[in-house]
Design a protein around this ligand. Structure first.
Ligand SMILES: C[S@@+](CC[C@H](N)C(=O)[O-])C[C@H]1O[C@@H](n2cnc3c(N)ncnc32)[C@H](O)[C@@H]1O
Length: 276
């Protein structure tokens, strides 16, 4: 399966977990898609999004995972520094706030497109435990020449009692933070200790890929942490990105006709950093 066929299979599972007949499910999903758009505009007001319900998970994967995976893929494709790391034999990736799978699927798409076959271990670090179910069997859906594995690390970055005992993933080669810090912006005082601890504990030469909404409230936070903890910023951009979907829409099957386009345009800020 390619990445979008994998997403379709995960969407099928999420769809089957929603109760009601097809018409009811579709109307719940459409309402949730509209609600998510509104909620993401209000993150700075302290809106917290609950991903535990299957309608939200379906809507998020359909509209945002598809898009964010393509953003991750496009940025890696254009970065020599990120390219090079996948020439290693083994790569460990920690996806912080990566439960929905976008970060990992973007990397997988890059590997598939470039026929690169390092052994990649993805750790999806996220507070929401229900995401784990979606990706637990993904290695069975991928051509066996791509030796990837995913494991789920449940942690809440606002709760030191929860995150402090987990340290192994600090040895990862890459840390992705895709649309994660914006989600925490109203909880910055509670989450900052987690990020400070992470940025100071990672190994030398570890890479960071940060992508988020193009708003200084979000990227200034990342930049401040980078400065404070010795991250060399190798690329720093604020830009509009168009997410190419034409090649993927048939892979999304009937959902593409029912729920219209996933997110197509993204006004993003992104950073590629390296721990000195
Ligand atoms: C907007 S999603 C981004 C997901 C993914 N990186 C992407 O780009 O599609 C934010 C993620 O952060 C997780 N999250 C929210 N608050 C969290 C917290 N306090 N600790 C850990 N994860 C959290 C959510 O469960 C969700 O999976």
């Amino acid at each position: 399966m390619n990445c979008f066929q994998i997403i379709k299979s995960v969407l099928d599972e999420a769809y089957s977990q929603i109760s009601g007949n097809e018409e009811e499910k579709d109307s719940f999903i459409k309402a949730k898609l509209d609600e998510l758009i509104e909620n993401y505009k209000r993150l700075l007001d302290g809106i917290q999004i609950d991903y535990s319900n299957p309608i939200t998970r379906f809507a998020y994967i359909y509209k945002y995972v598809t898009s964010h995976a393509n953003l991750v893929y496009t940025i890696i494709e254009d970065s020599d520094e990120l390219n090079r790391i996948f020439d290693q034999e083994k790569v460990n990736v920690a996806c912080i706030g990566g439960g929905p799978g976008s970060d990992f699927l973007g990397i997988l798409k890059y590997l598939m497109r470039n026929e690169k076959t390092p052994k990649v271990k993805f750790q999806l670090c996220d507070r929401e435990k229900t995401w784990a179910e979606s990706w637990s069997d993904v290695d069975d859906k991928v051509d066996p020449k791509f030796t990837i594995s995913t494991s789920y690390l449940p942690l809440d970055v606002t709760d030191p009692l929860d995150w402090r005992s987990h340290t192994k993933y600090f040895q990862s080669d890459i840390f992705t933070m895709i649309y994660f810090m914006s989600e925490l912006s109203s909880l910055r005082d509670d989450a900052n200790e987690y990020f400070s601890n992470l940025f100071s504990a990672v190994k030398s030469n570890a890479l960071f890929l940060f992508i988020d909404n193009n708003n200084p409230e979000f990227y200034d936070w990342f930049d401040e942490l980078a400065k404070e903890h010795g991250l060399e910023i190798m690329e720093s951009r604020e830009t509009d990105m168009i997410v190419p979907f034409d090649e993927n829409k048939s892979d999304l099957g009937e959902y593409y006709d029912k729920f219209s386009y996933p997110k197509l345009r993204a006004n993003v800020a992104y950073r590629i950093g390296r721990k000195i």
